[in-house]
Design a protein around this ligand. Sequence first.
Ligand code: NAP
Length: 245
Amino acid sequence: MSKTALITGSARGIGAAIALRLAKDGFNIALNDISEKSFEDNDIIEKITAPGVRCEKYIADVSSHDECAELAKKVKADFGTIDVLVNNAGITRDGLLLRMSEENYDDVIRINQKSVFNMTKHVGAVMLRQKSGRIVNLASVAGLYGNPGQMNYSASKGAVVAMTKTAAKELGSRGITVNAVAPGFIKTPMTDKLTEEQRAAMLKQIAMGRYGEPEEVASVVAFLCSDSASYVTGQTIEISGGLMM
Ligand code: NAP
């Protein structure tokens, strides 16, 4: 296969698991993260060793409209096509509403939400010319149901769900599908930051009685990028072990 997948925020966590899975499925991989440092303590590039799979890394801040334009241009020039875009990069800056700073609100909206606009616009232009493409956005159960302490995060992820539907409606007739996944509690550096008390409270609500693994998100993303999902668009699939039903 000579198809290319671009995954944002893929130096570690869920993004790295998605990159690894798509490489196993035969995609060439364009990794992205915000700095060289993000890749330093991670071995994702070494792990992507599937025969015939090409892997390059690109440093860009996906909250910057200009950097995303440059990123899309470079990946297209290097690989010839961009067949899959996974908008994965995201941050948390949790805090109860009355204590949340304006900066923490704005940062989360910029990085989690505006990045999806930036990347979908610039990579979407490439896919429109190709008349094909798959876009998968990382939403969250917090964006569907809300979560105390995450006014900023739940707002950003709720917007991602709405943006997924809008992009699906705009791009569908040109052979481009746009879907989202909404993970619950997945074991990554992002959730490592939670306190024992927060983890225990979360665990009690999960029907399957355990946290999720990044690979369990990656396999659903891989399905949405595969031929098996050719008639699925505008959908948000929860991956939460039954956290909310
Ligand atoms: P993570 O371990 O914190 O990884 C996120 C990656 O994104 C990091 O490598 C980070 O780089 C990068 N990043 C942050 N800001 C960026 C920017 N402006 N430009 C480019 N890259 C940037 O998080 P994760 O748990 O894997 O989460 C991945 C996605 O899944 C996120 O969108 C998250 O909201 C969503 N999600 C996660 C969970 C969960 O339970 N883990 C649940 C629901 C949804 P640096 O760290 O080097 O800055």
